[in-house]
Write a protein that binds this ligand. Structure first.
Ligand SMILES: Cc1ncc(COP(=O)(O)O)c(C=O)c1O
Length: 264
């Protein structure tokens, strides 16, 4: 897959120290080609982000046209047809009840904003005691400090543990290696009920939000929860999740996490 002639010398800080990475020079559809003409099947679209395939001319054209019309315009000073139009288009794909969109530049930044927005809502409602975040083991939410706090992979967190905010983790909906040693459907969604149990143990009055991937991503492959998982979360009297949360419609966009706020 790689050879010594591919060693990249230069000034780029590498993501990995050990391997000599091939140099990708072009990509088309599901194929990536390196400088030696080797082709690689990009089966996952990178980190599940090139969902439309590489080299789509109509996408390149739309980006070109947009940048010629206007590129970055500060959103505290102007709104734009591009931003308004994208928000309008997303409504059709979002679960019912989600009809406002806030655009950020990546997943971790969106997670940070969601955690902070939940807290802001509680402060606006004069509930400063609500600060606790619940997330799930084996989850991936990004690598910035707030997102890393929510992430459910200890190996990613350990080096930065003293710098992280506290989040309480519950078992993931991962039937292949069920944390309770149970089998669906006889388990009666024990993993979903752990959410209520945790809220009660922590004190519902202290909970700020529950953060979960609708379909798990980076650290648990594309593992969907068992049927009914999000319905159980929706039915908890302590939480307010968007209706139809389990549909995962937002996964088809750039990023795809769900935030549920306490109902009281
Ligand atoms: C559910 C989820 N949240 C957050 C992220 C982090 O996104 P980014 O790498 O754009 O910061 C990812 C990345 O795969 C993700 O799958």
């Amino acid at each position: 897959m790689s050879n010594a002639s591919n060693r990249r010398e230069g000034h780029l800080f590498p993501r990995r120290l050990d391997p000599q990475l091939p140099v990708a020079v072009k990509a088309d559809g599901v194929w990536i080609e390196d400088q030696d003409g080797n082709r690689y099947l990009d089966a996952s679209g990178g980190a599940i982000v090139v969902n439309a395939g590489h080299g789509r001319k109509e996408i390149a054209q739309a980006v070109y046209d947009q940048i010629l019309a206007y590129d970055y315009i500060h959103p505290t000073m102007f709104t734009t047809p591009a931003a308004e139009g994208l928000a309008d288009a997303l409504v059709a794909h979002a679960p019912e009840g989600i009809d406002r969109f806030y655009f950020l530049s990546g997943g971790a930044e969106a997670v940070e904003a969601a955690i902070k927005l939940a807290r802001q809502i509680h402060l606006a409602n004069s509930r400063p005691e609500k600060f606790r975040l619940i997330s799930r083991w084996k989850s991936y939410h990004g690598l910035t400090l707030g997102a890393l706090s929510a992430m459910g992979r200890a190996a990613f967190q350990t080096p930065y543990a003293p710098m992280l905010a506290q989040a309480v983790h519950i078992p993931p909906p991962y039937c292949l290696r069920c944390s309770y040693g149970l089998t669906f459907p006889d388990c009666r969604l024990r993993c979903a009920l752990a959410l209520e149990e945790t809220i009660l143990n922590m004190g519902p009055e202290t909970v700020s939000a529950f953060l979960a991937e609708t379909v798990s991503g980076g650290t648990l492959a594309a593992c969907p929860p068992p049927p009914g998982y999000f319905e159980v979360a929706q039915d908890l009297r302590y939480l307010r999740c968007p209706p139809d949360s389990g549909r995962g419609a937002l996964r088809h966009g750039a990023h795809r996490s769900l935030v549920c706020l306490p109902a009281r």
